[in-house]
Write a protein that binds this ligand. Structure first.
Ligand code: HEC
Length: 125
C-alpha cells in the first residue's frame, strides 16, 4: 500500500523538483546579470569628459558647498570618504541636499557615476 502511494506521488514530486529547479535557475540568472550590468561603463565613456560636462560647474568652484575637485583638495574629500566609497557613490546617484541626483548626468549609469567619482577623488590629491 505504502509503495503504491509513493509511486502515485512520484510524478507530482518530479514536477515540484522541475519547478524548484526552474525557479532556482531564474533566480540565479537575475542574481548574476545585475552586478554585470552595474559593472559596465557606457560605450565611449570618458570620466574626465563627463565630469567636465556635468559636474565641473559646481565641483570646480564649490558652488552651494560642493566638495571642490583639483590638486590639493584632498581635505575636501577626506571627511566624505569616512563613510565609505559606496556611500559616497550612492549619494552621487541619489543626490544629497543641493547635490542633484546623478549630478545631472542623466545618461550616466551607476558604474559611470562611480568612475566619475573615482576620477574626482583621484584628481583631488
Ligand atoms: C548643481 C551643482 C552640482 C552638480 C552639477 C554636481 N554636484 Fe555633486 N555635489 C554638489 C553639492 C552642493 C554637494 C554637497 C552636498 C552636501 O553634502 O550637502 C555635492 C556632493 C557630491 C559628492 C559627495 C557626496 C558625499 O557622500 O559626501 C559627490 C561624490 C558628488 N557630489 C559627485 C558629483 C558628480 C559625479 C557629479 C556629476 C555627474 C556632480 N556631483 C554634479 C553639487 C553638485
Amino acid at each position: 500500500m505504502l509503495t503504491v502511494t509513493k509511486m502515485a506521488q512520484a510524478p507530482l514530486m518530479k514536477s515540484i523538483l522541475v519547478l524548484v529547479a526552474a525557479l532556482y535557475a531564474t533566480a540565479n540568472i537575475a542574481d548574476t546579470s545585475e552586478p554585470l550590468q552595474l559593472a559596465q561603463l557606457s560605450e565611449g565613456f570618458n570620466a574626465q569628459q563627463k565630469y567636465m560636462a556635468s559636474c565641473f560647474a559646481c565641483h570646480s568652484t564649490g558652488a552651494a558647498g560642493a566638495p571642490k575637485v583639483g590638486a590639493g583638495m584632498a581635505a575636501e574629500w577626506a571627511p566624505r570618504l569616512e563613510k565609505g566609497m559606496d556611500a559616497v557613490v550612492a549619494n552621487s546617484i541619489n543626490g544629497l541636499n543641493t547635490m542633484p541626483a546623478k549630478g545631472l548626468c542623466f545618461d550616466c549609469t551607476d558604474a559611470d557615476l562611480r568612475a566619475i567619482v573615482e576620477y574626482m577623488i583621484e584628481s583631488s590629491k
